[in-house]
Design a protein. Structure first.
Length: 153
């Protein structure tokens, strides 16, 4: 996958003063707001974003990513609804204590669904049949499985 844009946003107000970077791929077919959500969620899961860490404001992140304000606002709203972040009027947006266990799984599934929909749409646009699409997925899963098995040996 070719990264179209690598954007760095310095998180000047965060406790550890580490750079906050997001990688956006505008050609992936995965909506930008989902890419933002996934990357924030992954940082929470990995521990690089900890409870209480402050995120950039919606406006600041949108400006630095060069995306529409509403795109970042949507990602933040959905993360807030999932209780991964908490937006406090006048104070900022922070990582919450511990998100419920089902939240990461739901976000993972939504990302996979969006990728599958994009793949199917592109394959249909190229006039592949449902059978051809299904067979290609099966073939590629077998190749992937064999590759994983070889790498472990």
């Amino acid at each position: 996958m070719t990264m179209i844009q690598l954007v760095q946003f310095q998180k000047t107000e965060m406790n550890d003063k580490q750079p906050f970077s997001l990688q956006l791929d505008f050609r992936s077919g995965l909506p930008i707001y989902i890419q933002i959500m996934n990357q924030i969620e992954q940082r929470v899961i990995s521990g690089s974003l900890k409870p209480g860490d402050q995120l950039p404001t919606v406006r600041a992140l949108a400006l630095n990513l060069r995306v529409n304000f509403n795109t970042v606002a949507r990602a933040y709203r959905l993360l807030d609804e999932a209780r991964i972040i908490s937006t406090q009027q006048g104070r900022g947006t922070y990582i919450t204590e511990v998100p419920p266990a089902e939240v990461p799984e739901r976000l993972r599934r939504e990302s996979l669904q969006a990728l599958a929909q994009r793949y199917i749409s592109e394959a249909r646009r190229l006039n592949f049949s449902q059978r051809e699409i299904s067979q290609m997925v099966k073939d590629q899963l077998l190749v992937w499985k064999e590759t994983q098995h070889i790498e472990r040996e």
